[in-house]
Write a protein that binds this ligand. Structure first.
Ligand code: F6R
Length: 259
């Protein structure tokens, strides 16, 4: 794992956008995994300022609420269109969000995983982290082998996401999410987090035991995961001085190898 600690939320966005930029420059037909929520917004904003050719890039969103109307401002299909597709100028037909309105949600989930496989797999998956340690909407207790599936949101996630709705009662109870097994198959993971309220979850994910109680701890098992966090989100990492020290690479070490 590579842990990158930067000054603030804007720098988290800049750094993670740089990793995405490198991926797209190296592979113009890259397959990207997009996250929603507040954390990735500075990443998308920073990407907007870059002169990248998005023509051949395709993407998959992490998750979607079940039975939220497609045109609802908080449906992830709307959020991805607004924050990613329109902002960056991607071809909407190349970006897929799990179908939370499908008559058969299990089939929709299976087709989503198949579509990722048919696209050749995800090259870089951007992730946020919930205060309870979820990634995607894999809540505590999720299997590390789980695939894209229908699952229930915890009360704490519905409470956390109620800021996007008029009240917590309007936050859907179910979602379709890429599974942890699906996420772990991406060639590269980039998890972004900022702010004090993420400090506990980040510490548990990065330095805690690998356990389904903290689904984000699954990133410890990934061979190429980068965690980009600001000082506040890094506050509870016991090894943060070492992460800072080890991030200073020798000048000639442009090997692409990760720690
Ligand atoms: C969103 C997602 C979630 C969020 C997490 C953090 O697609 O999969 O895991 O990343 O809930 O949300 P924010 O960034 O709003 O704090």
């Amino acid at each position: 794992m590579e842990i990158v600690i930067v000054k603030d939320r804007a720098m988290v966005g800049q750094h993670a956008a740089g990793l995405i930029e490198r991926t797209v420059l190296g592979k113009p037909a890259a397959v990207l995994g997009f996250a929603t929520g507040s954390s990735p917004l500075p990443v998308y904003e920073a990407l907007e300022g870059k002169d990248l050719d998005w023509t051949d890039v395709s993407g998959f969103a992490l998750d979607e609420y079940v039975d939220i109307p497609v045109h609802h401002a908080q449906s992830y299909v709307s959020v991805i269109r607004r924050e990613v597709v329109d902002r960056l100028g991607l071809d909407e037909r190349r970006v897929r969000v799990p179908d939370g309105r499908a008559r058969d949600l299990d089939v929709a989930a299976r087709l989503f995983d198949e579509a990722i496989r048919e696209a050749g797999g995800v090259d870089l998956q951007l992730l946020g982290i919930g205060t309870n340690g979820h990634v995607g909407f894999n809540e505590p207790g999720s299997s590390f082998a789980s695939r894209t599936r229908v699952t229930a949101l915890t009360a704490s996630t519905r409470e956390a996401n109620s800021r996007f709705f008029d009240s917590v009662h309007q936050v859907p109870m179910h979602c379709i999410t890429q599974g942890l097994g699906t996420i772990l198959e991406a060639r590269r993971l980039v998890l972004v987090a900022d702010g004090t309220r993420k400090a506990d979850a980040v510490a548990r994910a990065v330095e805690g035991p690998v356990t389904s109680k903290c689904p984000a701890s699954a990133i410890q098992l990934h061979p190429c995961a980068t965690i980009v966090i600001d000082e506040l989100a890094a506050a509870k990492l016991t090894l943060r001085d070492y992460y800072r020290y080890s991030a200073r690479r020798p000048a000639r070490a442009e090997t692409g190898a990760l720690l």
